[in-house]
Design a protein around this ligand. Structure first.
Ligand code: PEP
Ligand code: MN
Length: 344
């Protein structure tokens, strides 16, 4: 940590800060600038709480040098491929994940899965436990839905990603699925994150509705610190003042995460926009920006969907989009594009 002193700080103020640093068992080193003094703190094993110093007389600011998220940002240069079922996400493996918002009945699930498999995607999504704003809205098929997902895996060789809302849900998803989705509303449910860290399956961690990058990384830290290295981040839009879309898809978090973390980050343009007509455009943009994958809602008949119909793609739209995504991926991962990236 660096403790930046005010220009008018006295020698006694500086002495007092150094004494406080030493009282915690660390060392303080003064760096005299032309206008102000900065005190560098060394000897700490983890990050230090700035509250120890920021109210001391003469202190202008504190700057953290040691990041609090050590596991999530251990080696950003060495990208990690998260194993999910019989495939991978990240580390050069692009993942297309698609399926309905909610599992509704066998016909809807299997019709959608057929399209997803036909597109060449390797991952199927679909919620059996739905986090609904209203307790009176459809809450999902529960275990019956998970059994359908297990059948989809058998029939189409698709890997299953599905949300759990609580500890019982995680146990159930572990039994029937390949990857546990922690939804935006649960991103800071810390006991659930710890449980997910012990579950033995990869975790798709969605960004909270108003979460910062720091908060997202720290949420992952809860899972990683329980011994589960398999976390995939997901940008799904955040709340802003904009009302033309359901959420504001923050694509800038993709390079921001990639700069700091070895873990993959995928994008959800369905919840990120809430609008069918925006999903293809934002999917293409997410791939161009370098996302490690996409998660897209598809429904055989969006007008009849029990949940999120306005943002669902029709099967034929999804198939067209899949082809476009493939073309963009081939362009952005060309050697020319890679050398342009490296020179930035
Ligand atoms: C979902 O993926 O169906 C979902 C509810 O997503 P989020 O948690 O991002 O709202
Ligand atoms: Mn949805």
């Amino acid at each position: 940590m660096l403790i930046v002193m005010k220009p008018e700080a006295s020698a006694a103020d500086i002495e007092n800060v150094i004494r406080s640093v030493e009282a915690l068992g660390y060392s303080g080193h003064t760096l005299e600038g032309s206008e102000r003094t900065v005190i560098g703190v060394t000897g700490n094993k983890g990050s230090i709480d700035p509250a120890h110093f920021e109210n001391l007389s003469g202190v202008a600011d504190t700057v953290r040098v040691t990041q609090p998220y050590r596991l999530a940002t251990s080696d950003p240069g060495d990208k990690y491929a998260v194993p999910v079922g019989n495939s991978f996400i990240g580390g050069g493996h692009f993942a297309m994940i698609a399926g309905p918002c909610a599992l509704e009945d066998r016909e809807q699930v299997f019709r959608t899965a057929k399209t997803v498999a036909e597109s060449g995607a390797k991952f199927f999504r679909g919620g059996a436990f739905k986090p609904r704003t209203s307790p009176y809205a459809f809450q999902g098929l529960g275990i019956d839905g998970l059994k359908m997902l297990a059948d989809v895996r058998e029939e189409f060789d698709l890997n299953i990603i599905t949300e759990a809302l609580d500890e019982h849900g995680i146990d159930a998803v572990v039994e029937y699925g390949d990857c546990v989705q922690i939804g935006a509303r649960n991103m800071q449910n810390f006991s659930l994150l710890r449980y997910a860290g012990q579950c033995g399956k990869p975790v798709l961690l969605k960004r909270g509705l108003s979460a910062t990058l720091d908060e997202l990384l720290l949420a992952a830290e809860y899972i990683l610190s329980e011994g589960n290295p398999n976390v995939i981040f997901c940008e799904r839009g955040i709340r802003t003042f904009a009302s033309h879309a359901r959420n504001t898809l923050d694509l800038s978090i993709v390079p921001a995460v990639q700069r700091m973390s070895h873990l993959p980050i995928i994008v959800d343009p369905s919840h990120g926009t809430g609008k069918n007509y925006m999903v293809p455009a934002l999917s293409r943009a997410a791939v161009a920006v370098g996302a490690d994958g996409l998660i897209i809602e598809v429904h055989p008949c969006p007008e009849d969907a029990m949940c999120d119909g306005a943002q669902a793609l029709r099967p034929e739209q999804f198939l067209i989009l899949s082809t476009e995504i493939e073309r963009i991926r081939n362009t952005v991962s060309s050697p020319a594009a890679e050398s342009a990236d490296a020179s930035r």
